[in-house]
Write a protein that binds this ligand. Structure first.
Ligand code: CA
Ligand code: CA
Length: 212
């Protein structure tokens, strides 16, 4: 997965050292909406390199987060031009923290739209802050989809527990994905812990291994 991203996509790895023997790195991958967004979830995931399930999804189609995910914004907004799935998005927000109570999360993905200011930053596990405009293919878009961000824990990294956005300008988010290294057995390729998005995925023939 990681080498595939590195081969195909722009990426920025950031490193930080805590003590002489402890090195952690997370990889950030940014995918411009122009080349990845598709109304078919199957195609979108293929474009993002996320064919391999299972995945956990928050689609922001209502006010409730999936079990194990908390954030400090409570509003969702109907906006078809910035939604990456359904008709609603999370936000708008300038700063937002996602607390991940789901165990073993090794990949975090989120769609970003309406990021007019273009100054947004992301902080992983309260450690390292990255200005997203440093990433190749970063785009700033008004009232439309901008990019999809995937953060991957590399082999020696701790699980992903918090993701914080800061210094943003009333951005929208959507299609938040969590991927675990040791997911629970399931016959579905996408797990919605509260089963709230089941209809969305039934319409798309389950995500992961079905040809579109
Ligand atoms: Ca929701
Ligand atoms: Ca949505």
């Amino acid at each position: 997965m990681i080498s595939k991203y590195a081969m195909r996509l722009s990426s920025l790895s950031f490193l930080f050292i805590s003590g002489a023997l402890s090195v952690s790195a997370y990889e950030l991958h940014l995918f411009p909406a122009e080349s990845t967004y598709n109304p078919s979830i199957n195609v979108l995931h293929r474009n993002l390199g996320l064919e391999e399930g299972p995945l956990i999804l928050e689609d922001f189609e209502d006010q409730d987060m999936i079990q194990g995910l908390k954030t400090n914004f409570s509003e969702t907004e109907k906006n078809r031009s910035t939604a990456w799935d359904g008709t609603r998005v999370g936000g708008p927000f300038d700063d937002a923290e996602f607390e991940i109570g789901v165990k073993n999360v090794r990949l975090f993905g989120i769609a970003i739209a309406d990021n007019d200011g273009g100054q947004e930053q992301v902080t992983v596990n309260q450690t390292k802050t990255v200005h997203l405009q440093q990433l190749p293919f970063f785009t700033s878009r008004s009232a439309s989809r901008a990019y999809y961000l995937i953060i991957v824990a590399t082999e020696d990294d701790p699980d992903i527990r918090t993701i914080r956005f800061s210094n943003a300008f009333s951005i929208h988010c959507d299609h938040l994905i969590l991927k675990q290294v040791n997911p629970q057995p399931t016959d579905k390729h996408v797990i919605n812990l509260r089963d709230k998005s089941k209809s969305l995925f039934e319409k798309t023939n389950h995500i992961g291994n079905q040809p579109n």
